[in-house]
Design a protein around this ligand. Sequence first.
Ligand code: NAP
Length: 247
Amino acid sequence: MPSLDNQVAVVTGASRGIGRAVALHLGAIGAKVVVNYARSAAEAESLVQEIAALGGEGMAVAADVSQPSAVEQLFEQVMERWGRVDVLVNNAGMARDTLLLRMKPEDWQVVLDLNLTGVFLCLKAAAKIMVKQRQGRIINITSVVGLVGNPGQANYSAAKAGVIGLTKTAARELASRNITVNAVAPGFITTQMTEKLDPGPILAQIPLGRLGSPAEVAGLVRFLAADPAAAYITGQVFAIDGGMVMS
Ligand code: NAP
C-alpha cells in the first residue's frame, strides 16, 4: 500500500458520504487529514476520532467552501497546525434538482457557488502552497452528468462540466511545479445525495447492475493521491460508474 506519512491531505465535505470514505482511506495510509465540513460538526469530530483509532491524525475544520473568506481561513488554519498541504480532494458538493424551465436563478447560483466556485477557491489556495513545495496532488470530484448531462440537473451538470475544464487548465498550468490535477467522475453512489432516488430506472442504466459505494470511489482517489504510479497522470477524468458512461 502506498504511504502518505508526514503528508497533509485536505478533504472538503468530509463529514459523510464519499468525502468521509476518502478521509478514512487517506488517514489509514498515514496522511494528516483535514476533515472539512459546513454544518455537520458532530459527524466531522467523530470521523477525526475514527481516523485516530486507525493510528492516524485528523482535524475537523468548519468552512463553507463556497465563500472566499472561509476558504482563506481554512487554509490558514491548516498551515498554522501542519505547515503544508500535499493533497487536496475537492469533494464538497450539493444538488438542487428541477427541470430547466422551473429552475430559479437562486437554484442555479447556489449550486454553481459550491460545486464550481468552491473548487476554484480551494484549488487556488492549495496550489499557492503546493507551488512553493514543488509537490502536490489535486483530485476534483465531478460527476458523469458533467460529461453527458441529465434532465433535472442543468445547474449541477453545468457545474460538474465546469470542474472538468478547470481540472484540465489547472493540470496544464501546474504541471511544471510537479503538481498533478485530475478529476474523478462517479456515477450513482450510495450516499445521502442519492438515497431518495428511485433505484429502478437507475439500475437499468448501469451495466454492472448496482450502485457504487463511497469506499470504491475512495479507493480510486487514494490511488491518484498517493500511489507512485499516479505521478505521471494529470489532466484526466476517471469515470467510476459501473459502466454507465463509456467514451
Ligand atoms: P453528501 O452525502 O450529500 O455529502 C456532502 C458533503 O459536503 C457533506 O459532508 C457536507 O457537509 C458537505 N458540504 C455541503 N455543503 C458544503 C459547503 N458549503 N462547504 C463545505 N462542505 C459542504 O454527498 P456525496 O454523495 O458524498 O457527494 C460528494 C461529492 O461527490 C459531491 O461533489 C457530489 O456532487 C459528487 N458526486 C456524488 C455522486 C453520488 O451518487 N453520491 C455522484 C457523482 C458525484 P455538511 O453536512 O457539514 O454541510
